[in-house]
Design a protein around this ligand. Structure first.
Ligand code: ASP
Length: 304
């Protein structure tokens, strides 16, 4: 397990984002690593600009995730992993530290699933909507697209290789962001296409509040990536919060304890990002690689 632990910055706000965890499998060329790095840096800058202007943690995590969804390299929005039927079924969630949450699962028409999740939080009395139709999304003023918008040639090829058993089931690219703003509010957002070659209708941890995403003011915000079933069974994001809130664990100790008990204990791979209410940042994973972006001593660091 690798745990990166960054002390709170003097700015009084903090942002960290991830672009998925998975096996390295020499899947990425150096050039691709550079592109991932650029994608992460662009998304980080978008979220950071919101916080630096005094904006909310929710606006910041949505701005960062929007960029990552629009970047074809990541398994979210356009360029998402495909189901066994070759379709993109997208999941996303957002949560604010005051306890409000919104999520969508198996969405096919929202150009940016993270905004659909946010609309569930803001416009409905619900937390999770499955397969919201185009009319509902458009009625919320969201940009809608045909389902084919999300499908890229490289994802088609990846699916064919996985189905021919030439490639292990790669999970690079689910995206997420967590932030604490200058008013001390925390928020988390996560977005994914799920796992390559997944069964039609399969939903992982990403839109499940407490599993893939969790935020609680005064404590922590968490966004996860990895084998979704294990994150649901281990209620991973909430487990980090619980260790801090009820057992008084520090953020890095809570994360270590959760990964050990709930991921290692299940033989599952993955990682998470977390920001404490004090601005402390943790990136942790037990997989061989994790894509992430954060700031250390005022410098932007991208992990690929
Ligand atoms: N956690 C996601 C899911 O299971 C996949 C991932 O993070 O790569 O749907």
């Amino acid at each position: 397990m690798r745990v990166i632990d960054i002390a709170p910055a003097a700015s009084g706000f903090a942002l960290v984002l991830h672009g998925g965890a998975g096996g390295r499998d020499s899947e990425l060329s150096l050039e691709e690593e550079g592109q991932y790095s650029e994608g992460l840096a662009g998304a980080y800058r978008a979220g950071h600009a919101v916080l630096a202007a005094g904006g909310s943690a929710l606006d910041a995590v949505c701005a960062a995730v929007e960029e990552l969804e629009n970047c074809v390299l990541f398994n979210a929005g356009r360029g998402a992993a495909l189901t066994a039927q070759g379709e993109a079924e997208l999941d996303a969630s957002v949560m604010t530290g005051d306890g409000r949450a919104g999520a969508v699962a198996v969405t096919r028409n929202a150009k940016n699933p993270v905004f659909a999740a946010r609309k569930v939080l803001e416009e409905t009395a619900h937390v999770l909507l499955v397969a919201p139709d185009e009319q509902l999304l458009a009625g919320w003023g969201l940009e809608t697209v045909e389902p084919t918008y999300f499908v890229t040639e490289s994802r088609r090829q990846q699916l064919a290789k996985v189905q021919a058993k030439e490639l292990a089931q790669s999970r690079h690219g689910t995206v997420g962001a967590v932030a604490v703003d200058s008013q001390g509010r925390v928020a988390a957002a996560t977005s994914t296409g799920g796992m390559v070659n997944q069964h039609e209708g399969r939903v992982g941890d990403t839109p499940v509040i407490g599993a893939g995403t969790y935020a609680h003011d005064g404590v922590v915000a968490v966004s996860c990536t990895g084998e979704g079933e294990a994150f649901i069974q281990g209620v991973v994001a909430h487990d980090v919060y619980a260790r801090m809130n009820y057992a008084g664990a520090s953020l890095p100790d809570a994360v270590r304890g959760t990964i050990d008990a709930e991921l290692n204990g299940r033989g599952a791979d993955g990682g998470l990002i977390a920001v404490g209410a004090d601005g402390r940042v943790v990136v942790a994973y037990n997989s061989s690689a994790m894509f992430a972006a954060y700031e250390e001593s005022g410098e932007l660091v991208t992990l690929t």
